[in-house]
Design a protein around this ligand. Structure first.
Ligand code: CA
Length: 279
């Protein structure tokens, strides 16, 4: 979940145009009542923001698309993005079944309700291989939605270890490792010459978080969760500049523009880090 009312996120907080807030009806007929800001699959309601425990999602959202030119806080990679939310992790984690529902939620909004959904940001991991989740990612792929995923934070080689969902072999997946401000691979970051595509900044990332009493605050977090939204934001930015681009074209542009680094050579498919200016 993310704090859509955060002062630096509110200008880019998207709404489901087919849904009327608070009328107790499933206006767009997608199976979810009053899913104006998205859906909370963990609690099965429309309140995608449940308080300060949603700091992780709020931080990620800011890296994708915090507002620019508003004289405060931070700016996201794509300042013209619109953010939606499918929350399936709560205080006690979540289930793969709800992850599948969350992925399919966006696929349905694009295919049956016409929302221009470019990418999902998947700053989460865990569980083993799931045929059901792989099938859901494949349905997103068929709908032209990129699936940008965090490599994970266990210093694991994903070519041999388990790094789901990052390592699903579906054409819309972009798996992201973390680098530091000097370009080194972050000490915690998973990697994989055959499974992880590129690196992006994930150490000491300053972004939006909920403050006490509903305040809009900021904090520095580290993780491949923080690297991943740089790439998801890049996908949105590319789509905004190239409105007719397909998911495959956006993905190719991002991967082809990666700047080679010694830190990521032999540890990622591209051997490089995200370079938004190059794509
Ligand atoms: Ca609905």
């Amino acid at each position: 979940g993310y704090m859509f009312a955060h002062a630096d996120l509110a200008p880019n907080a998207g709404v489901n145009p087919g849904e009327i807030a608070g009328n107790g009806r499933d206006d767009d007929g997608n199976g979810y009542v009053d899913d104006v800001r998205g859906w909370d699959f963990d609690r099965n309601d429309g309140t995608v923001y449940d308080g300060t425990a949603d700091d992780h999602g709020t931080h990620v959202a800011g890296t994708i698309g915090a507002a620019g030119n508003n004289g405060t806080g931070v700016v996201g990679v794509c300042r013209s993005v619109r953010l939606s939310n499918a929350k399936f992790l709560g205080r006690n984690g979540g289930t793969t079944a709800n992850a599948i529902r969350a992925v399919d939620y966006f696929t349905d909004l694009k295919t049956r309700h016409g929302l221009n959904l470019v990418a999902t940001n998947n700053s989460w991991g865990g569980g083993g291989f799931s045929q059901g989740l792989q099938d859901a990612i494949a349905r997103a792929n068929a709908a032209g939605i990129l699936f940008v995923a965090a490599a994970g934070n266990s210093t694991v080689n994903c070519d041999t270890g388990s790094c789901f969902p990052a390592e699903y072999q579906v054409p819309n997946v972009i798996a992201v490792a973390s680098i530091t401000s000097t370009g080194a691979i972050s000490s915690f970051s998973n990697f994989g010459a055959r499974t992880i595509h590129l690196g992006a900044p994930g150490s000491g990332i300053w972004s939006t978080v909920p403050g006490r009493g509903g305040a809009s605050s900021y904090a520095s977090y580290s993780g491949t969760s923080m690297a991943t939204p740089h790439v998801a934001g890049a996908a949105a930015l590319y789509a905004s500049r190239n409105p007719g681009a397909t998911a495959a074209q956006i993905r190719t542009a991002i991967l082809n523009a990666a700047t080679p680094t010694t830190s990521l050579a032999g540890r990622t498919i591209t051997g490089g880090r995200l370079n938004v200016a190059g794509s």
